[in-house]
Design a protein around this ligand. Sequence first.
Ligand SMILES: [Zn+2]
Ligand SMILES: [Zn+2]
Length: 131
Amino acid sequence: MKVDGHCFCEFVTYRATVNPEQVYVCHCSDCQTHSGSAYGVVVGIVDEDFELLIGTLKTYSKVAASGTVRALTFCPKCGTRIHASTVGEGTDFFGLRVGTVTQRDQLKPTWQSWCQSAQDWVQDLSDIPKV
Ligand SMILES: [Zn+2]
Ligand SMILES: [Zn+2]
């Protein structure tokens, strides 16, 4: 599936080819912190299926809870995270942040990871009043 996307300020724009079956929710504590939210939503893609069209990406590397070094890329102007990869396992596979994809309404997660660190309320939002 062909998609395109951009960061919050649109300094960074890209296009990519993704497999909608590879969309997942990540509940790891790192995703919670650097997303500023309860979890990350990611689609796994290979590097050759990602093309940066406009802008540049800044990279920040951190040792994750899993012990691997994760290289996180983000817009240098507005800070929106674009994707992340594991350093040392080849840079040809990474997780693209679904919230930056224009067609994100068509990318529904098919599995969840790091569920042991999930916030206990996220599995069922139906009882929370809606406005
Ligand atoms: Zn930006
Ligand atoms: Zn995560």
